[in-house]
Structure formats: structure tokens, C-alpha cells
Ligand binder design. Structure first.
Ligand code: BGC
Length: 740
């Protein structure tokens, strides 16, 4: 951004209508290179001579705008002529429109900053920046909002609002940190439905995040009103109650000529679109297409197996990530939420980093997290936090705030970047400080306000919180976060003495408090201060104890056996929620119960992954039985059909079934454990990941009673193979075949 660029704004408050900042300029000599840098408080779309600049959408992305905002730089050499018009449209977006159950979270009005630098072949240079000489116009966008949608009126008269005025918005401009948000697949409609209510609905066959493009020639002034939904109800009618207050509506008014409509500053999560108003009775499906929008991450992971339902589950995991990795790892893309919930993000981080390269994506979001970290180390429940709405109060919840340790470690494990880990280390450490000083006990986390094992099934049909003691969960995550901090210290070559000591104390306090005499304590007699939850025996409690290594070695197998037994007693079904589920199958496999882990994977009764697959899911559902057996909905207010958290099962499928897992001491998959767990019902499994060394692949299949294995290891990677028979080998570069 050159120094001539000043923050400017419209001379009047245009609320959520789009405005355009316009500047004419000449380029009289031969241009060698021209580059345009732009940022906004709000969202922008830049045009030179009516041609769109770059392919980013929803720029400049979502940051804590009052702390920092990204700017993007585009090479615009090819767009310049001798006389030019630069026009930058600006809309409300996350900064000024509705987000986090309120409006104007980061600013009352939109602002723009931009600069154009032209280098001529004769060595001279020209700089143009936003200032009060720019003209401001209305645009055809009459309204735009992330939750509510966009209104575009191609008949609207474009008015000159006057010259721009200086904006006194205070923030730090930073060059693009994350990935650009861009358009991806164009999904064609699969059918048009006339619902029992008589409504006309287009089914795109896949839940996506993005928007619908409509190409149409209709009478001037004709209206197209689109509503978006994820599912139809049991009668087959268009269902929007689970969107809560988000209107999810786009209104287009036709010019009379050939129009192409799509929103510039909004997106929706949907599979179905209702034509609430449309100019003609006859509908040409070719006029519609759903454009998928997400952060421009490179795909790195692939998987196929011999079971079509599991393949669909994997498809749903991928589409859950596409649908929610839109600059911020959001919980869901459709209702009046779409927030960077830390718990959801940490649960899915390993899976995300197998599927796609998420290094830049998380670098940006973890940067926001560090900014949001409170002086006492507390990490807010979602990030960016919307302070205006939430006030000074920061909800710090176990399993959510622990994202501060879990995600930096996962990103290090996936990509091996020590510099990045070192950058995140202070945040990790400060989080441990918070744990140390919160609650009445130094080495346990008792009390506090938690989401617990969110949406678990062991606390009654309508409960949001599972039955597992939140005190137990909080103390278990405390230990896990200290363990991760220690791993980071070791990786970075820092002195580990202080936190080794802390870790020992936290684990021994946990054992004393929750596992006296090698039993999971089950009686409500433990809380001298009268706070919170008595411990109890749940699947999640065992999964956490086992996965976080909290019990004594001599008790481990007994605990794992008890966990397997509880699952059997429950008809081979889990009862776990957001915090227990990601660890459950790992805890079973790591302790000799892979058969039970597979039973859970193949389970089709609620709660299970395949339940949603059997009910037509094309993404991962928020609640195990978001649609109940009788076709009714689990709830109105917490029932997203695109919530990736339970998709974390893929880190078990890839890590344990396919058998490829990274190793702490040699991250980025430089060394891996290669320990496939074949299962006849899967038939075959073929999984791969593109690492910085090349593609690692593990493929196994059954033929008669023999399992055949084929592994591909690229140069630079060492695989420590263990086959089910117990046979071990160390493999370097090459393709290998085994059978047993
Ligand atoms: C979100 C979750 C989130 C939770 C906190 C919900 O409204 O959609 O995914 O983690 O709140 O418990």
C-alpha cells in the first residue's frame, strides 16, 4: 500500500447499501507494471474499466478489524489503458452488517483504502491513493448482509453522493496473511421440485456454501426472490426454521437485458433454493448454478474404500470443510452464527490438515486468536470475538479455549514449521498460565462455565450438554494442553523443566481426584467448594483418560476394556459429543479394541456417522440425529446440517484404518507410523496425503483370506511399519508389497 492511500468513506451513511468509490486516471506512457492494493472495513470488489480485479471474493476477509485488517495486492498491468476508471464497490460484510447476533460489530460505517502504483518502461513511477478527490456513487446493490443476503436492482438509478470524506477508522494494515477466498465448483441443479405447499424449489443435490448465479433475460423490473435452505421437512416442504434469524434471501431486479446475478458481499449454506418470486412460470434449470466459495486451500488428502456408505461419509467430511473454511473456521455456514468457534476448530484440525493444506489458513486465524487472548491468558469461545456484542466478558470454556495449544501443535505436526510454532508458543504458554490460576485448585480446573461434551447423547434426549462431568473434562484438557506445550518446548529446544514439573502435578492431581485406587470415581462426594459437576462414568470420560494418558499404565487396559464394554452394553453405540467423539475410536484402537471402533464406524442406528448418511446427508450434521427416524427435527435452534466437528472421525480413518500417522519428533510426515488396520467390511482402503516430500500412500485389500498391502513412500520420508501380525519394518523411498 503506498503512502498516498488514506482511509476514506462515503459523505453520508448509506447503511447496508453498496457504494462505489471511483477515480479516473490516465496512463499515458508505456506501462511496465501496475499494482493495486486494496482493503476495506466491510467488503470490497474492485474493477478497472469495468473488469473485475483479481479472483478473490469477500475480500479483505474477516479479521478483528479494529486491530488489524488485511490488504490484498493485485497485478493490474493487463487491465490498464491510456485512460482508465478505477471503481471499488464496498459492502457491509462482517464488519458493519449482522454477525454474532448483532450489527455493526466492528464499525458503524464502511471505509476504504486503496493505492495504485504504476511503473513505466522509462523508469518513472506514478502513485494514486484513496483521498477526498475520489467520487462516491450508489450502486445496484441496495442491501447486503452476510446472514440476510443481498438485494441487487439493475434498474436502480446510480447517484453521485459527492466526494469521499476522510475516515478516522484506526487499525493496522497488514498484507494478506491467509488464503484468498475464491469461487470453486459450479454445481448444476439436479431437479426442480414442486413442494406440497405449492412452492417451487431447486435441488442442487449437494449442500454447499456460496451463492446461486442466475442468468436471465426478463422484463425490466421483474423480480427474482431466492431463499436458501439445507433440507426439506418430512412432508417435503422447504424448511428454514433452523436458520434462526438469518433471512438467507437474495432479491434481484432485472434490467430488461441479459442479466447475470449473484451476490458480491454475502454467502449462504444451502442445498435447496426456493424461487419465492420468479418472473415466469416455465423455469429453465440451466439458468441456475450454485457457486461454491471457500478459502483457496490446496487439496492434499484422498481416500476411497470398498464401502459406499463410508465413501459418502468421507465425501461429507470434505464438503463440511469446504463449507466452513471460509477465511475463518466456522461452526456452520447457514444460520445466524457462522462464527469461528474454537472448540469445533480444534476438534477438526487434524482432519483438516490431512484433507487440505491449511497452513496459511490457520496462520491467519491463530494470529487473530493471539490478538484476542486476554491478559490473563483466557481464550474466547469464538474468534474473531465480537466485543461490541459480548462486552468485556469473555467465556473461556474447556475444550474450546484449549484450541490455543491443540491447533498450533497440529499445524506444526502437519507442516513442521518451527518458526510458526515459536510464534505461537507465547500464546500456548499464556493459556497454561490461565489454567493454573483459574478455580480453587492449582492443578485441576474445577468450576467455570463450560459447554462440556457438547451435544452428547448421554444426558437425555433434549440436552445440549452431555453427562460427563465438566470438571473432569476441564482437568483432562488442562493436562493435555500442558503436554502439548511440553512437546512444543522440546521441538523448539526450550528448557522443559518448569512444565515437566507442572505436568506431573496436574496428572497426579487428576489421578487423586478422579481415579482414586485405579477406578474412575463415580460419586458426588468430591467437591468441597460446592462447585460444579460430580464425576461419573461415561464413554467420554474413559476416552479422554485413555487418549490423554491420564491413568496409570497398570490400569490402562482395564479402562479400555470397560470402555469397550460400555459401548457393547449400549448396543454398540456411542454416547459421546463434541469433546469425546474425536478421541473415542483412537482410544479403542490404541488399546486393542479396533473391532469395537469399526463397529462404531459401521453403526447405522442413531447415534452414528452412518445414520446421517442413511438420511441423505451430503455434509456432516451438527447433531447425530438432526433429522429423527420419524422425519421430525431434533431441534429448531441447534440443528445445522453442515457442522464439520463430527467429521473428525476421518483422522481415525486415515490414521488407523489406512494407517498413516505423523510422528511428534519428525513432523511434516518426515517420519510416520504406518500401521493399517484392515477390516473385511471395508473391503479395501486406499488413502494418500501429499506432503512436502511427495505423496504417501497406503492401500490394502482383501482377496480370499489374505490382506494385500501396497505402500508408497516418497524420498525423504521414513515409515515405521507395523502390520496386524506384529511384523515390523522400516521403509524408505519406494513402493512396497506385503501380504498376510
Ligand atoms: C455452535 C457450536 C459451538 C457451540 C458452543 C453453538 O452454537 O454452533 O458448534 O461450538 O455453540 O457450544
Amino acid at each position: 500500500m503506498n503512502r498516498r492511500a488514506k482511509w476514506i468513506m462515503a459523505p453520508i451513511d448509506t447503511e447496508q447499501a453498496g457504494i462505489a468509490f471511483v477515480r479516473a486516471f490516465g496512463a499515458k506512457k508505456t506501462v511496465k507494471k501496475a499494482s493495486l492494493s486494496v482493503s476495506a472495513i466491510g467488503l470490497y470488489a474492485a474493477y478497472i474499466n469495468n473488469k473485475r480485479v483479481g479472483n478473490a471474493v469477500l475480500a479483505p476477509g474477516w479479521t478483528i478489524y479494529n486491530e488489524r485488517v488485511q490488504y490484498q495486492t493485485y497485478d493490474v498491468t493487463a487491465l490498464l489503458d491510456t485512460s482508465n476508471t478505477l471503481s471499488i464497490e464496498v459492502g457491509a460484510g462482517w464488519a458493519v452488517g449482522n454477525i454474532a447476533w448483532g450489527t455493526k460489530m466492528f464499525a458503524d460505517q464502511t471505509s476504504l483504502v486503496a493505492s495504485l502504483t504504476i511503473l513505466y518502461t522509462d523508469g518513472t513511477r506514478e502513485e494514486i491513493g484513496t483521498d477526498t478527490a475520489w467520487d462516491v456513487y450508489t450502486t445496484s446493490i441496495l442491501y447486503s448482509d452476510i446472514y440476510h443476503g443481498e438485494t441487487v436492482d439493475k434498474t436502480a438509478e446510480i447517484k453521485h453522493l459527492g466526494k469521499a470524506i476522510r475516515s478516522n477508522y484506526k487499525t493496522k494494515l497488514v498484507a494478506q496473511v491467509g488464503e484468498f477466498i475464491t469461487e470453486h465448483e459450479r454445481v448444476a441443479p439436479v431437479e426442480i421440485i414442486r413442494t406440497p405447499k405449492g412452492e417451487t424449489v431447486i435441488d442442487f443435490g449437494q449442500e454447499v456454501t456460496g451463492y446461486v448465479e442466475v442468468r436471465i433475460k426478463a422484463e425490466r423490473g421483474a423480480r427474482i426472490l431466492l431463499h436458501h435452505a439445507e433440507v426439506l421437512d418430512k412432508e417435503g416442504n422447504f424448511y428454514t426454521e433452523n436458520l434462526r434469524h438469518a433471512k438467507c434471501e437474495d432479491l434481484y431486479i432485472c434490467s430488461g437485458g441479459e442479466d447475470v446475478f449473484k451476490p458480491s458481499f454475502s454467502f449462504q449454506g444451502f442445498r435447496y433454493v426456493r424461487l419465492s418470486e420468479f418472473p415466469t412460470e416455465a423455469i429453465d434449470l440451466d439458468a441456475f448454478c450454485a457457486i461454491v466459495v471457500h478459502s483457496d486451500m490446496k487439496r492434499t488428502g484422498y481416500f476411497r474404500c470398498g464401502n459406499e456408505k463410508i465413501n459418502q461419509l468421507y465425501h461429507n467430511v470434505i464438503w463440511g470443510q469446504k463449507g466452513n473454511y471460509l477465511d475463518t473456521p466456522t461452526d456452520c455456514p447457514q444460520r445466524d452464527e457462522r462464527l469461528g468457534w474454537t472448540g469445533d476448530a480444534q476438534v477438526f484440525a487434524r482432519t483438516a490438515a490431512i484433507n487440505f493444506n491449511v497452513k496459511k489458513f490457520f496462520t491467519k486465524w491463530l494470529g487473530e486468536m493471539a490478538i484476542e487472548q486476554r491478559p490473563n491468558g483466557g481464550i474466547p469461545e469464538f474468534i474473531p470475538r465480537c466485543k461490541k456484542n459480548r462486552g468485556e466478558y469473555v467465556a473461556v470454556a474447556t475444550g474450546w479455549a484449549d484450541a490455543a495449544c491443540i491447533i498450533p501443535w497440529e499445524i506444526y505436526l502437519a507442516y513442521g514449521d518451527k518458526k510458526l510454532l515459536a510464534e505461537h508458543y507465547p500464546m500456548m504458554r499464556k493459556w497454561i498460565m490461565y489454567l493454573h490460576y483459574t478455580g480453587p485448585e492449582e492443578f485441576l480446573w474445577l468450576g467455570g462455565d463450560h459447554y462440556g461434551d457438547w451435544l452428547a447423547m448421554d444426558h437425555g434426549e433434549d440436552s445440549y450438554k452431555g453427562a460427563t462431568s465438566t470438571d473432569l473434562i476441564a482437568s483432562a484438557f488442562y493436562a493435555n494442553s500442558v503436554a502439548l506445550l511440553l512437546k512444543a518446548e522440546k521441538a523448539l529446544g526450550y528448557d522443559t523443566a518448569k512444565f515437566e514439573e507442572r505436568y506431573r502435578k496436574v496428572v497426579s492431581a487428576f489421578r487423586e481426584h478422579y481415579l482414586p485406587n485405579g477406578e474412575l470415581r463415580q460419586y458426588p462426594d468430591l467437591n468441597p467448594n460446592g462447585i460444579s459437576d460430580p464425576p461419573n462414568e461415561t464413554q467420554t470420560a474413559y476416552a479422554l483418560v485413555l487418549k490423554f494418558g491420564l491413568c496409570e499404565e497398570k490400569d490402562r487396559q482395564r479402562f479400555a476394556d470397560r470402555l469397550a464394554e460400555m459401548i457393547r452394553e449400549n448396543g454398540m453405540r456411542m454416547t459421546t459429543g463434541f469433546l469425546g467423539t474425536p478421541y473415542l475410536l483412537h482410544a479403542l484402537t490404541e488399546n486393542g479394541h479396533t473391532d469395537v471402533a469399526y463397529e462404531l464406524l459401521f453403526q447405522e442406528q442413531n447415534p452414528s456417522w452412518l445414520y446421517s448418511v442413511n438420511h441423505g446427508a451430503t455434509t456432516i450434521w451438527e447433531h447425530w440425529n438432526g433429522i429423527k427416524e420419524d422425519g421430525s427435527f431434533w431441534s429448531k435452534d441447534m440443528n445445522s446440517f453442515n457442522h464439520y466437528a463430527y467429521g473428525a472421525v476421518y483422522d481415525w480413518i486415515f490414521g488407523k484404518a489406512v494407517g498413516i500417522e505423523p510422528m511428534d519428533d519428525a513432523p511434516a510426515y518426515r517420519e510416520i507410523t504406518l500401521a493399517p488396520h484392515p477390516d473385511r467390511r471395508l473391503g479395501f482402503a486406499d488413502g494418500s496425503i501429499d506432503t512436502q516430500f511427495g505423496t504417501i500412500r497406503s492401500h490394502w485389500y482383501y482377496k480370499d483370506d489374505v490382506v494385500y498391502y501396497e505402500f508408497t513412500i516418497p524420498a525423504g520420508v521414513t515409515a515405521h511399519l507395523t502390520l496386524p501380525s506384529g511384523r515390523t519394518e522400516t521403509l524408505g523411498e519406494g513402493t512396497y508389497h506385503f501380504a498376510e
